[in-house]
Design a protein around this ligand. Structure first.
Ligand SMILES: [Zn+2]
Ligand SMILES: [Zn+2]
Length: 351
């Protein structure tokens, strides 16, 4: 079969590899739609370490091709969505209510239940082997098309979780720093949770326009205004929840400075180097602030719930697919996506 294999920094391409087989508790899925994530670009640039020879990709819709021993309640030929995070459903992390932290942080598994396209071969291929299949295969309702559900595997689950973990209440004011795919989904999530004012912040015209389209009440362009001052003016002092969706010192600090006393900073970004907490932004520790972080929630129950949100027409994320490619052209897709050319948000890739 053909698969997108990482061979070293800036070396990702299509190769002929052996088709996977399902072991005990596993399933093999024939991938019908996949996409490229910002994390894959970090892998491509050598900024996130994976072993050369790994098939990348962790977002997939497909059809059950093979079920390993012990996987019950599914049929070959069934359409399924698999989350980017594949928790085992059995370990201490999973059974303590933190399935994303499955495996409890051993070594590279510090990224918890993120296995596909990280420590196991991933989804940018014709077939993918899914671990802990019983906990991770979510049947797709017939009326939903692949493009309607694919983004639920990662970016929507992550983006929505920014609003959920932040504890957004009906009537809250929320600001979302950065309107990339995950930030846009956080904007959508804040609305779903009942915020009455959602402010989207970015420095890119196309992304701000998409934020408006997907439900931001106000958008602020970081290039031409003091966004913290403007957030404070719009909210009479600060927001209830600030969601950080980029992973930089600047956005983290701006999120913190945008909060009302008692507000929550809900962080989704992935940081590197040092992250500093200026005492004044933190009210010297006296502001009753909360800082929470979330790794993409996965597992079949999370996927089922998110698909219900789409089926009930509460949300439509298909406008985020700005470009479509065949698997043969995945290098072009990487080029476009990693360079952020042509207003790209997400690419849909069909094996
Ligand atoms: Zn991802
Ligand atoms: Zn587990």
């Amino acid at each position: 079969m053909r698969a997108t294999v990482f061979r070293g920094t800036q070396k990702v391409g299509l190769e002929e590899v052996e088709k996977p087989k399902a072991g005990a508790g596993e399933a093999v899925i024939r991938v019908t739609l996949t996409t490229i994530c910002g994390t894959d670009v970090h892998i491509l640039r050598g900024e996130y370490p994976v072993k050369p020879g790994l098939t990348v990709g962790h977002e997939m819709v497909g059809i059950v091709e093979e079920l390993g021993p012990g996987v019950t309640g599914y049929q070959v030929g069934q359409r399924v969505l698999v989350g980017a995070i594949t928790p085992c459903g059995q370990c201490r992390g999973c059974l303590s209510g933190h399935p994303s932290q499955c495996g409890h942080g051993e070594g590279l598994e510090a990224m918890g239940g993120w296995r596909l396209g990280n420590t196991m071969n991933g989804a940018q291929a014709e077939y993918v082997r899914v671990p802990f299949a019983q906990a991770n295969l979510a049947p797709i309702p017939d009326e939903l098309k692949d493009e309607q559900v694919l983004l639920l595997a990662d970016i929507a689950s992550t983006g929505f979780s920014g609003a959920e973990s932040g504890g957004v209440r009906i009537g809250d004011a929320v600001v979302v720093f950065a309107q990339g795919p995950i930030g846009l989904c956080a904007t959508v999530g804040a609305r779903l949770m009942g915020a009455s004012l959602v402010i989207g912040v970015d420095g890119d015209e196309a992304r701000l326009a998409m934020a408006r389209k997907l439900g931001a009440d106000v958008v602020l362009d970081v290039r031409n205004q003091d966004v913290v001052a403007e957030v404070k003016r719009l909210t009479g002092g600060g927001v209830d929840v600030a969601i950080e969706a980029l992973g930089t010192q600047q956005t983290f600090e701006n999120a913190l400075r945008s909060l009302n006393p008692g507000g929550t900073l809900s962080s989704l970004g992935v940081y590197s180097g040092k992250l500093q907490l200026p005492y004044d932004a933190f009210a010297a520790g006296l502001g009753d602030h909360r800082i929470v972080t979330t790794l993409c929630p996965g597992g079949k129950e999370r996927m089922r719930r998110l698909m219900e949100v789409v089926r009930a027409k509460r949300v439509d994320l298909t406008p985020l697919f700005t470009h479509r490619f065949a698997l043969e052209d995945i290098r072009d897709a990487y080029e476009l996506f990693s360079q952020r050319k042509d207003g790209v948000l997400k690419v849909a890739i069909r094996p």
